[in-house]
Design a protein around this ligand. Structure first.
Ligand code: ME8
Length: 461
């Protein structure tokens, strides 16, 4: 594997980023940094989804044009990614001219091929998730995700022939790593087997979107527009000239939240099949964070602002907790108490103390220089054996087992702490200087390895 392409969803900029957005982006960053660290040419993409009714509504509420609105909000997103030390190679906005052009090109191609045709859409629509719903998919008459009322839409619309790609999608979903975690696959497969219906891909009741290339009364449906970002980012002809589509496509992983898996693992690959492009290798759907047992919501007032968390507890603690505090792929529950305890118990007591104890001993007994080791004893050999986790850590990352990755690193941190407690280097100064040198050498070498392994997660400067 010579290249690696990872993406996050492009987020709606109707509001500021919160814990959930930070989670996906930090976890993608950890994967991207690990791949780069091992020498793989990596492209990490994130960005913002700026069209559609939801953004238009938010702009109207502020009495500004949607473009002015997104231009002002996108700043807080970019600033947060900087503060969180997100190492994205490009930040795409769906209002970028090159992106819009790519969307139009694809629409045209599909129309010419007969995969897009004109019709009329009437049905239900949830503005919060910008999704069309069937009556049977609602829960107690409201959107199952946002618990809000849907609106009835009846308008002329262009349709994409999703139904044509049913067989190809089923084959794709059955392939080994297409959808991860594996337990998310069967629900998708069953839904596809119920039959894929063609989907509406244009709207006429508002005009905040990419203009249909041959029918300007229509704007492209926001999801159709948004999904194309994953390839339009590579097709850019401006300052990203060196980044070619051929080099990075197909994406190794689209990391997304579980609520948008359908769009990424069914609709997006169908669009790609229709334009003759390979589908992504993996769509990984992670779970949702709740906050102290409740869904994050403005009404409840429990939306977690990542800026506040890093001001209060530091970037290391926040990034580390997001990795460690939730099983990757499943739901997790956030609380400041848990974050604080993790910071104190693991980062401060276990790792911090280890580094602190070792550097104090080193400065006291070795003039702050790394001593030369001499003869190894059994206990040293055992530690060296434990240190051979590096390869296993990378295997876990390749399988997107990020919690196993963490467990392996942390198992080693604990092993080094035990090594110090068992060898008691502070007693050796008077009795056995050679042994002291060996023990301190092994400890500092272990810390070096831990620092390398932890680099994608914390202490990035
Ligand atoms: O859906 N827990 O954008 P969006 C974990 N624009 N992750 C969460 C979360 C939570 N509570 N809340 C949000 C969109 N996320 C579309 C995507 S992609 C072509 C278009 C994260 O702003 C998670 O990654 O609603 C989720 O999928 C994403 O934010 C939704 O962001």
């Amino acid at each position: 594997m010579k290249t690696f392409y990872i993406t996050t969803p492009i987020y709606y900029v109707n509001d500021s980023p919160h814990l959930g957005h930070a989670y996906t982006t930090i976890l993608a960053d950890i994967i991207a940094r690990t791949q780069r660290q091992r020498g793989i040419d990596t492209f990490f993409l994130t960005g913002t989804d700026e069209h559609g009714q939801k953004i238009l509504g938010a702009a109207k509420a502020k009495n500004v044009s949607p473009k002015e609105f997104t231009d002002s909000i996108v700043v807080s997103w970019k600033e947060l990614w900087k503060k969180l030390q997100i190492s994205n190679d490009f930040f795409i906005r769906t209002t970028d001219i090159n992106h819009e052009r790519t969307v139009q090109e694809i629409i045209k191609k599909l129309y010419e091929k007969g995969d897009i045709y004109k019709g009329n859409y009437s049905g239900l629509y949830c503005v919060a998730c910008e999704t069309f719903y069937l009556e049977k998919d609602l829960e107690n008459g409201v959107c199952p995700i946002h618990k809000t009322k849907t609106e009835y839409v009846n308008e002329e619309s262009y349709f994409f022939k999703l139904s044509k790609y049913e067989k190809q999608i089923l084959d794709y979903l059955e392939s080994d790593k297409a959808v991860l975690p594996k337990n998310r696959k069967s629900e998708l497969v069953n839904r596809v087997k119920e039959g894929l219906k063609d989907i509406s891909v244009s709207r006429t009741s508002f005009n905040w979107g990419v203009k249909f290339p041959f029918d300007e009364k229509h704007v492209v449906y926001v999801w159709f527009d948004a999904l194309i970002n994953y390839i339009s980012a590579l097709w850019y002809e401006n300052d990203l000239k060196k980044i070619t589509f051929d080099k990075f496509w197909p994406a190794n992983i689209h990391l997304v939240g579980k609520e948008i898996l359908w769009f990424h693992a069914v609709i997006w690959p169908s669009i790609l099949f229709a334009i003759g492009v390979e589908p992504p290798k993996t769509v990984f759907a992670h779970g949702w964070w709740t906050v102290e047992g409740q869904k994050m919501s403005k009404t409840i007032g429990n939306v977690v602002d990542p800026n506040k968390m890093i001001e209060k507890y530091g970037l290391d603690a926040f990034r580390y907790f997001l990795l460690k505090g939730c099983s990757f792929g499943e739901d997790g529950d956030f609380s400041e108490t848990l974050l604080k305890n993790t910071l104190n118990n693991e980062l401060a007591n276990e790792l911090g103390n280890l580094v602190n104890r070792t550097t104090t001993l080193l400065s006291k007994f070795c003039d702050s220089k790394v001593p030369k080791p001499t003869k190894s004893e059994l206990i040293d050999e055992a530690l060296i054996k434990e240190s051979q986790i590096l390869d296993q850590v990378l295997i876990e990352v390749d399988l997107y087992n990020l919690n196993e990755m963490h467990k392996k690193i942390w198992g080693f941190v604990k092993a080094v702490n035990k090594y110090i407690s068992d060898t008691e280097p502070w007693r050796l100064e008077k009795t056995d200087k050679e042994r002291l040198a060996t023990v301190l050498y092994n400890t500092i070498e272990s810390i070096r390895l831990i620092a390398i392994l932890m680099y994608p997660i914390i202490r990035l400067c």
